[in-house]
Each structure stands twice: as structure tokens, then as C-alpha cells.
Design a protein around this ligand. Structure first.
Ligand SMILES: NC(=O)c1ccc[n+]([C@@H]2O[C@H](COP(=O)([O-])OP(=O)(O)OC[C@H]3O[C@@H](n4cnc5c(N)ncnc54)[C@H](O)[C@@H]3O)[C@@H](O)[C@H]2O)c1
Length: 306
């Protein structure tokens, strides 16, 4: 039995669908702050699926009965919110995670596969791409809280022998990402363009990220159940950097029209350049991530079919 926390969200619901497709029994714990039941409309049709509405910080621990593996995705994911209200960010991301880990140990859960953030924990590294040994120097409370949980997982693994893997994602994009959310520039741009609105760029658009498709993130997570064994931390990205201005160029091709974005003042807490070295993942897995154009075309097709 597998538990996916945050399974009603963007990445978690894609993961739950794939786990069910592969024959696993799946439970989801989610408080539906940003997640939506609509994301689980396929999953709820399965006899092997159960949804529990609850909060990481205070959930009914009976749901951990028979759970062997936890994919821990539930989090507050908004970098700007973490800058405005770091205590709130800490409360959900750190306190909520510690509660989950502690209860998991009490219930003899075998392994936790944690969604961390390669885009946020390394901060502004001097050497790029950032590999897993890069110094951890987050520039946002969100980056700090995501890494703090890795530290607790390590600590609990030493004290109780808990097994864990931290998957450090780049910027994930794909089906079900909220176009009205505060994070996920690709979804936000697609959302605006499909309503004939102009995309807004914060800063000059030269900031770069490692954009990785949700399908690739799901593949890497599922491999962490039993294939990725050598390390506790894996970057999950493409190994390539793309600027926000380049994203706009790809969108011009996809929408076959000229796009002139609005530029606004950059936001605090955002890093200028980041992309991830993914050799560790590639050496253990035949991991061939989608390039940005292929991945964005898939999102476009999904949006058209909705
Ligand atoms: N999207 C990205 O680019 C990205 C990058 C790096 C890491 N991550 C990590 O991946 C995970 C999933 O992110 P996402 O993009 O799918 O975000 P999301 O907001 O779509 O999903 C998060 C889910 O957690 C739930 N949740 C929030 N607080 C909760 C709480 N206290 N108790 C129970 N449920 C709660 C939300 O309702 C939502 O369904 C997060 O841990 C995030 O930090 C995401």
C-alpha cells in the first residue's frame, strides 16, 4: 500500500494515476488547500484508491495502517508566500513533515520518498549545473524549509533506520498545473495566452531554470521505490537551462504568433540562474527527459483537449 501526501495536487495526482496504472494500491492524504478532487477523477474510479481529507500537521494516523511507502508531496509551494509569511511556510513544510515522519516511524512505514526542490535549495550556486554535492544555500524560506525536511529525514534514518530518498526537482511543468497559481510559469503563460492575455515577466526574463516535465518526475519517483538505491538524494531535471524569454520564444512557435510580454519588477526570493546536473539519476536509470519544446507541446495538446 502506498500513501501519496499532496496527492490531489499537480504532481501528486499524476503520480497517483501512474501508481494505480502500475497495479499499486494508493491512498491520498490532502487538505485540498491548492489540490482539487477534480485532479483525482480518474483515480477515484479505481477500486484500489482511497482519499483522506486531512492536514499533515494533525491527521488521523489510522490511515497509515498497511502503508509501506509514502510519497511525501504535500507542502506550501509558493516562494513568494514563504517570503511574506515564513512562519506559515515553516508550519506546513517543516512541522507538518516532522509529524508525518514521526507517525510513519510509529506505524513501521518502510520508506519515505520526499519531494524536495533542486530549484530552491541550492540558491545561487557559483558552479552550474548544480550537482547533489553543491552547497545548500537557499535564498528563500521555502528553499530553507524544503531542505530542513531532508535534514530531519537523515536524522530519523540514523536514529530509527528509516529509509528515504529525496527527489530534488527542477521547475516541474505539465498537465494539471494550476494556471491561476503563483508558481509554474509555463502553466501561467499558457493560461494567459489561451485567454488572449499578455504574459507578465518579473525581471528582465533572462533568469534561467531547469524545466522538467511532470511525466519525467513521476518516472523518477516510481524508480525510487526500488531502483534508485545508491544515494539518498537525486536531482530530477533535464540538465539544461532555459530562460523565461526563451520560454516565450517556444510559445510563439506553438501558438504561431508573436508574443510581446509585459516586464515587471523582479520578485524577492527568486534565484537568477539554476539548472541541475542529473548524471546521478542517469547513471542509475535510463532517464531521457523531454526537452522543453517537446514537453511544452504535450501541455498544449492537453490544454486543447480539455
Ligand atoms: N511544481 C514544482 O515545480 C516543484 C518543484 C520542486 C519541488 N516541488 C515539490 O513537489 C511537491 C508537489 O508540488 P506541486 O507543484 O504538485 O504543488 P501543489 O500545490 O499542486 O500540491 C501540493 C498539495 O499539497 C496539499 N497540501 C498543502 N498543504 C497541506 C497540508 N498541510 N496537509 C495536507 N495537504 C496539504 C495541497 O492541497 C496540494 O494538493 C511539493 O512538495 C513541492 O515543494 C514542486
Amino acid at each position: 500500500m502506498i500513501l501519496v501526501t499532496g496527492g490531489a495536487g499537480f504532481i501528486g495526482s499524476n503520480l497517483a494515476d501512474e501508481l494505480l496504472k502500475q497495479g499499486h494500491s494508493v491512498k491520498v492524504l490532502d487538505n485540498l488547500t491548492t489540490g482539487r478532487m477534480e485532479n483525482l477523477s480518474n483515480a477515484t474510479k479505481s477500486g484500489k484508491f482511497k482519499f483522506y481529507k486531512g492536514d499533515l500537521r494533525d491527521f488521523d494516523t489510522k490511515i497509515l495502517k498497511d502503508v509501506e511507502i509514502i510519497f511525501h508531496l504535500a507542502a506550501q509551494i509558493d516562494v513568494r508566500k514563504s517570503v511574506e509569511n515564513p512562519v506559515y511556510d515553516m508550519d506546513i513544510n517543516i512541522k507538518g513533515s516532522i509529524n508525518l515522519i514521526q507517525q510513519a516511524i510509529n506505524s513501521n512505514v518502510k520508506k519515505i520518498i520526499y519531494s524536495s526542490s533542486g530549484g530552491a535549495i541550492y540558491g545561487e550556486p557559483t558552479i552550474l549545473p548544480a550537482d547533489e554535492n553543491t552547497n545548500i544555500k537557499p535564498v528563500s524560506p521555502y528553499g530553507a524549509s524544503k531542505f530542513a525536511v531532508e535534514c530531519y529525514l537523515h536524522t530519523f534514518s540514523k536514529i530509527y533506520g528509516l529509509k528515504y530518498t529525496a527527489m530534488r526537482y527542477g521547475n516541474v511543468y505539465g498537465r494539471r498545473q494550476d494556471p491561476l497559481g503563483e508558481a509554474g510559469v509555463i502553466a501561467i503563460f499558457f493560461g494567459r495566452l489561451s485567454q488572449n492575455k499578455i504574459p507578465v515577466i518579473f525581471g528582465d526574463g533572462t533568469q534561467t531554470r531547469d524545466y522538467v516535465s511532470v511525466d519525467d518526475v513521476v518516472k523518477a519517483n516510481i524508480a525510487a521505490i526500488d531502483k534508485l538505491k545508491k544515494y539518498n538524494e537525486y536531482n530530477v531535471g533535464t540538465g539544461k537551462e532555459t530562460s523565461v524569454n526563451e520560454l516565450v520564444s517556444v510559445m510563439e512557435k506553438i501558438f504561431s504568433k508573436k508574443i510581446i510580454p509585459i516586464y515587471e519588477k523582479e520578485r524577492p526570493g527568486e534565484v537568477k540562474r539554476i539548472y541541475l546536473d542529473i548524471k546521478r539519476l542517469q547513471n542509475e536509470l535510463n532517464f531521457m527527459p523531454d526537452d522543453i519544446e517537446t514537453g511544452m507541446k504535450k501541455v498544449y495538446e492537453w490544454m486543447k483537449d480539455r
